[in-house]
Ligand binder design. Sequence first.
Ligand code: SF4
Length: 366
Amino acid sequence: MPPLPPPTLAERRKTRQIRVGKVLVGGGAPVSVQSMTTTPTTDINATLQQIAELTATGCDIVRVAVPSQDDADALPAIAKKSQIPVIADIHFQPKYVFAAIDAGCAAVRVNPGNIRKFDDQVKEIAKAASDAGVSLRIGVNAGSLDPRLLKKYGKPTPEALVESALWEASLFEEHGFHDFKISVKHHDPVVMVRAYELLSEQCDYPLHLGVTEAGPAFQGTIKSAVAFGALLSKGIGDTIRVSLSAPPAEEVKVGLKILESLNLRERHLEIVSCPSCGRAQVDVYKLADEVTAGLEGMEFPLRVAVMGCVVNGPGEAREADLGVASGNGKGQIFVKGEVVKTVPESQIVETLIDEALRIAEEMKLA
Ligand code: SF4
């Protein structure tokens, strides 16, 4: 009998399904991870190079900014050569929406605070997107909220963000177009979580989660993990983008780890390391860092325990695939909780890597 899938905290909320190129979003599809390039879109080679890095890191969908005609002109080459679906991010100019659709982009992100200016073109956008099989994202941001709603609510409250998104959705619905996902981003996780909760009660469109301007890597990671965790643990959210003031590959790594932590993705490398204490007889922080670096990129599920002493080490290591409990200048190496060898401290990292590769081979053959 195949093993049961690992438990999640909630059933996924039932949403419509849309297509972003080859990636399905909503309707029970796996939660996808997105990022955005930071290169000038006009620099086609640099942008494709960054997309290749993101793809190798595990990114499912990539977004590129299209602030000018030159950027729009670069889209056909980027959309054609990217290994993952490309979303064009259009803020102001409706003509770039049509350019992005013609260029072969998988989806287009439009900003409701600005789309009011081109109400009369919604019908044409809906038709062009529908004919090309391209989906849209209605992306509401606290920073660019429709001025009408800003006046009504006084600030970008959860209610204001949701009203803006649903109003924008209604413009497309009037023309029978429903192939879009929605985001209601805010830099404050509390406002953002409440906005998505309200939105999920009022529509069944797939939701793109994001804490906007989340900050530098440490703060942004915490804010995103808390906000996404609160929503995903209730089954809310169909695709995620972690926004960090850091290279975009870092955003993807954080996004994937959030999903892995909630069993929404298969866990790959998981380091179970102790916090160290007065009993530790080895530098646990250094050892955990070295083991993590040595095993980074493992493509199969592997839980590795790194323990600072032999008091709790063996017990903690028992649940892991592989582990070490250190003491007296040596490391006891465990495989599935059994001591398989004892090596000098200087050989712990290389021994763990060798054992991990051996276990990987066995998994491949199984
Ligand atoms: Fe302390 Fe040992 Fe537990 Fe690490 S495994 S926290 S060193 S008792």
